[in-house]
Ligand binder design. Structure first.
Ligand code: AOF
Ligand code: ZN
Length: 367
């Protein structure tokens, strides 16, 4: 006789599904990285995991389909743990809710509803109409983090924006005259690269390109292919044609956000190098850029903030998350002061505090 799972089992297996969903954050395109686990509760023995899935790179197949294909016939009568409501719409493949019904699962436990207008409760309804026992809101608080970008875009039309700064003991981000300095140590830098790998877009202002000539790629061993799309906020198109970002635009997608009115001839050389453009109308600023990125179905943006754009983004209240990495080094007189002020952080709550070597990594989230 099948033993019904209890609440503790549900929370434990949902936690495992959430860990699976963390794996593909940043590589599923416009699709959220969802986790799914299929578990059999047979007889008196330990429950048995028969299928595991995470939304595939590029967004297809969906997590449930991956898990079902591993489980095969073992899915019949099983319980499915999935971090997001199974879809009900016909995309490139039939809906996950139908696939679950066809496989004959008995119970589906879900963390969060899917706000996508094509789903929005219809996945639950399809499953219930097919006689499946559906349980909602299990592990919802923990499931949110890997889905946060997608959720923000669905609810606001713009991507989740994380603003990150590395700050010296004397509150600076660069030396006098905007001369760049290595502020944080290699362990904290590796963390930054991990956040890059988990973001759809990495954003900087043209000032940062001018002073640092950065690559903005993810260079963690094993994750080199996970560099996000690079976006430069550069209304007047001041980026130099010989900047590293431009010369590598053929390998890593690179978008310059410029103001309309920049002459076409000026754009041509950048276009030939492989850069794309987002054109902002007169009067449009960073907020409009985020909206444009949302329209392109970008769900998460990591903004490695410099002084000017940093301040304007933070003062406009656009940050959903702020990461401050504080290092013991001193930049001295004339340093460029961090754009993150206490009053920006007072509207947020501290969600993570961790030491990496001598550096302290703090994450804040909008309340
Ligand atoms: C699921 N399981 O693993 C994911 C889902 O463009 P499509 O057809 O792939 O559909 C994308 C939508 O599907 C996306 O906006 C979101 O609502 C849902 N994502 N659903 O059942 C999954 N990633
Ligand atoms: Zn689906």
């Amino acid at each position: 006789m099948a033993i019904a799972p209890n609440t503790q089992d549900d929370e434990r297996f949902m936690a495992a599904a959430i860990r699976l969903s963390q794996r593909h954050v940043g590589v599923t395109g416009s699709n959220p990285s969802v986790g799914a686990l299929i578990v059999r509760f047979d007889g008196a023995g330990e429950p048995r995991v028969v299928g595991r899935g995470v939304t595939a790179g590029g967004g297809r197949p969906h997590a449930e389909v991956v898990a079902l294909s591993e489980a095969g016939d073992a899915a019949r009568g099983a319980t499915v743990y999935v971090t997001l409501e199974p879809c009900s719409h016909h995309g490139l493949t039939p809906p996950c809710a139908s696939a679950l019904l066809r496989a004959g699962v008995r119970r589906v436990v879900v963390a969060l509803g899917d706000p996508d207008g094509r789903v929005d409760g219809r996945g639950f309804a399809m499953l219930r109409a097919g006689g499946v026992d559906v349980v909602e809101k299990v592990g919802a608080a923990h499931a949110r983090d890997p889905l946060a970008g997608f959720m923000t875009r669905m609810l606001t039309g713009r991507p989740l924006l994380t603003v990150k700064v590395a700050v010296s003991a004397d509150g600076g981000i660069a030396r006098a005259g905007h001369r760049p300095a290595q502020i944080t140590s290699s362990i904290a830098n590796a963390q930054t690269h991990l956040v890059r790998a988990r973001s759809d877009v990495i954003l900087v202002g043209v000032g940062t390109v001018a002073s640092d000539d950065p690559m903005l790629t993810c260079r963690l061993p094993g994750l080199e292919g996970r560099s996000p799309i690079r976006v430069v906020y550069d209304p007047a198109l001041r980026t130099r044609i010989d900047a590293k970002l431009v010369s590598t635009a053929g390998q890593v997608p690179t978008i310059l956000a410029i103001r309309e009115g920049v002459p076409n001839e000026r754009r041509d050389a950048f276009r030939e190098a492989g850069c794309e453009f987002i054109t902002l109308a007169e009067g449009e600023g960073p907020e409009a850029l985020l909206r444009h990125l949302g329209e392109r179905r970008v769900s998460s943006v990591l903004f490695e903030a410099g002084e000017r754009l940093g301040r304007s983004v933070l003062d406009a209240g656009l940050a959903d998350r702020i990461v401050v990495v504080r290092a013991p080094m001193v930049l001295g007189p004339g340093r460029v002061v961090s754009p993150v002020r206490d009053d920006h952080l007072s509207a947020m709550r501290l969600t993570r505090e961790e030491r990496f070597g001598c550096d302290v990594w703090r994450e804040y989230e909008r309340i």
